[in-house]
Ligand binder design. Structure first.
Ligand code: MEV
Length: 440
């Protein structure tokens, strides 16, 4: 039976580990060894990671891979990707190469507005609330000057604040719905600080507003928080080429490929079961770059999937068409990203990833990330409608199976060679390992 503990966060790292291994593990020494195996020998670097969060006991590794040959708006990029799924980086690289030979990716940022809200309860006449809001709107902005001054110097800041009546949804529920431009910062701290200041001013000014009754003066702030739904922080990426140029070999004509590809996209546009998996493939590319560049992939995931449901039904993030003999495949997605602040200046690998990407602005990073999503989706659909996904997937997964069986380098080499011309399945790999081991 495990037990509860109080004051855990105040224990030293080694005492935390002692408690965990003694409480949960049959072999405490072994558990400790595994945890410590992942500590960095550079104590300063380890301390940096320890201090990112509370109760750090070790580091959790993910591979950081790179996908070269991405031509985006005529500039070449090698894209860093942090991900555990074996086939993702290989697929991205393949798609990059395919489109490198066909003009590359074209991208544009459509908008960069972010949203935050103060949710509050007001018991009274809406017309009086509206009057109050119009009187104090400029004070809401003025009182936030100490927070916004730096952002404003660089050209960003608060764009607008609206009063929204939400009483159709919940009795007495209203919002201050604010929009922001946060430039190269993801902006979560900036937005939340502004919102909390709005809430403070709003509440205190209400107490002084003569047109309010005593009850109306008692505005209750429920919460002040940014929204991760950013449909007006939107980026577009596309690829296009003549339909005939889509053909790579004699197995399928460009036209047949394009038609089948568009059918696959159309299915994801109308069928939510397929759309979720289709978009999961998009997110394989997006999350990997978002993570490698120190951005908040949970925020991106939440916002992207909400956007995919914006018409009331979950649907594809990508679209495809043929017009005048030209095949076009594109994505439009909301991405709130930062290239300053947060982890970007702290995590040495994030700094390295950003330098690899030519130190992009947030707008440039939005475009690179959108391309990674589009490329990943292209690679997945291309496999799905031709060879099937398993061929490439299992080829990449082969090494995981070999590692499960603790194959040595010589065994790995022999078996990898064998599977260059044979179909990889879990049982076929196990059989090959057993045969090899019996022989030797
Ligand atoms: C696997 O991680 C992603 C795919 O399932 C995406 C798709 O089906 O489009 C291959």
């Amino acid at each position: 039976m495990s037990k509860s503990i109080s004051g855990f966060s105040k224990l030293s790292k080694s005492k935390k580990i002692d408690w965990i291994v003694d409480t949960y593990f049959s072999n405490a020494d072994d558990a400790k060894r595994v945890l410590k195996q992942y500590w960095n020998t550079d104590e300063r670097l380890q301390q940096l990671h320890d201090e990112f969060i509370e109760n750090t006991i070790t580091n959790y590794y993910l591979p950081l891979g790179v996908a070269p040959n991405f031509l985006i708006n005529d500039k070449l990029y090698t894209i860093p990707m942090a991900i555990e799924e074996s086939s993702v980086v290989a697929a991205a690289s393949k798609a990059a190469k395919f489109w490198l030979e066909r003009g590359g990716f074209k991208t544009s940022v459509i908008s960069t507005t972010k949203i935050g809200q103060v949710h509050f309860i007001y018991k009274g006449e809406f017309s009086t609330l509206k009057l109050f809001f119009s009187k104090i709107k400029s004070k809401l902005i003025q009182d936030s000057k100490s927070i916004t001054a730096n952002m404003e110097k660089r050209g960003g800041g608060i764009i607008d604040i609206e009063l929204r009546d939400k009483t159709d949804d919940i009795n007495n529920y209203y919002q201050l719905h604010a929009s922001f431009e946060t430039l190269d910062a993801m902006g979560a701290n900036f937005i939340n600080s502004c919102l909390e200041q709005f809430a403070k001013t709003f509440k205190s000014e209400a107490l002084l507003f003569d047109a309010f009754s005593e009850e109306e003066k008692q505005i209750e702030i429920v919460m002040s928080i940014l929204s991760n739904y950013v449909p007006d922080c939107l980026v577009r990426a596309e690829v296009s080429c003549k339909v005939d140029d889509l053909s790579e070999n004699d197995t399928i004509s460009g036209e047949a490929f394009a038609n089948k590809f568009i059918q696959a996209v159309n299915i994801a546009e109308v069928e939510p079961y397929r759309a979720v998996t289709h978009n999961k493939g998009v997110m394989n590319g997006i999350d990997a770059v978002v993570l490698a560049t120190g951005n908040d992939f949970r925020a991106v995931e939440a916002g992207v999937h909400a956007y995919a449901s914006r018409h009331g039904k979950y649907s594809s993030l990508t679209h495809a068409k043929i017009e005048n003999g030209v095949f076009t495949f594109w994505i439009e997605i909301p991405l709130a990203l930062g290239t300053v602040g947060g982890l970007t200046g702290l995590h040495p690998l994030v700094k390295l990833a950003l330098e690899l990407l030519h130190k992009p602005s947030a707008k440039e990073l939005m475009q690179i990330v959108a391309v990674a999503g589009l490329a990943q989706n292209f690679a997945a659909l291309r496999s799905l409608i031709t060879t099937g996904i398993q061929q490439g997937h299992m080829k990449m997964h082969l090494m995981n199976i070999l590692n499960q069986f603790e194959a040595n380098n010589e065994e790995k080499e022999t078996i990898t060679e064998y599977f260059k011309t044979n179909t990889v399945t879990h049982s076929a790999v196990v059989e090959a390992i057993n045969k090899l081991r019996v022989k030797s």
